[in-house]
Design a binder for this molecule. Structure first.
Ligand SMILES: C[S@@+](CC[C@H](N)C(=O)[O-])C[C@H]1O[C@@H](n2cnc3c(N)ncnc32)[C@H](O)[C@@H]1O
Length: 180
């Protein structure tokens, strides 16, 4: 066996030996797969609703690009504190809201969104705990009745009803709710 393949084989074996941990790469891939699978799963229901789609945390714009594919004739408004999107995935200026989402999204309360997606978890418990002091009410507030909240962080709010995940998504990896 080539030496490099031997090393890969050993690393793979080590990874398989781990039962309750995974590499950050595996974790990243599973989070993005979960995100995509959930967005695909709710797309038909979202299309039956009026109202824009909100992308909280534009980042590189990969998810924004996927949302554009899913909702071709829907307004999609993206939020971030800074512009870091890959050029072709840049929203039009009117559909990009810059600043702290806690502040900027509060202007969109009552907007009647059909879908709000938030991928703004950091993996740091203390930082995510601060985000969770405002994110659930922001998500509930921007959605129309029957609208969908899809989030990398769990959202506890009396107006958000948790929905079952697609079979491909492990419990706790990503979250989906429907606004009552
Ligand atoms: C994980 S990335 C999103 C990746 C995105 N789904 C993509 O397809 O590239 C999170 C983004 O949210 C932004 N973000 C996180 N928390 C924020 C906040 N409180 N206010 C504004 N932007 C925030 C970060 O700047 C970052 O660009």
């Amino acid at each position: 066996m080539w030496p490099v393949l031997g090393r890969l084989g050993k690393r793979h074996q080590n990874a398989k030996d781990k039962t309750d941990t995974m590499s950050r790469l595996d974790s990243f891939i599973r989070r993005l797969s979960a995100q995509r699978d959930i967005l695909n799963a709710v797309a038909d229901d979202v299309r039956t609703l009026d109202g824009p789609v909100l992308e909280l945390g534009l980042g590189n714009g990969r998810t924004f690009d996927h949302l554009r594919e899913l909702f071709t004739d829907r307004r999609i408004i993206a939020f971030d504190r800074a512009v870091n999107a890959y050029g072709p995935s840049m929203p039009a200026a009117d559909d990009l809201v810059l600043g702290e989402i806690k502040d900027t999204a509060s202007e969109f309360i009552g907007t009647g969104a059909s879908l709000a997606h938030a991928d703004i978890g950091t993996g740091y418990e203390d930082k995510d705990a601060v985000t969770l002091t405002w994110l659930p009410q922001t998500m509930a507030g921007v959605l129309a009745s029957g609208g969908f909240a899809v989030s990398g962080l769990p959202l506890e709010h009396p107006d958000l009803q948790a929905l079952p995940l697609p079979d491909s998504v492990k419990e706790g990896r990503y979250f989906i709710y429907r606004r009552k």
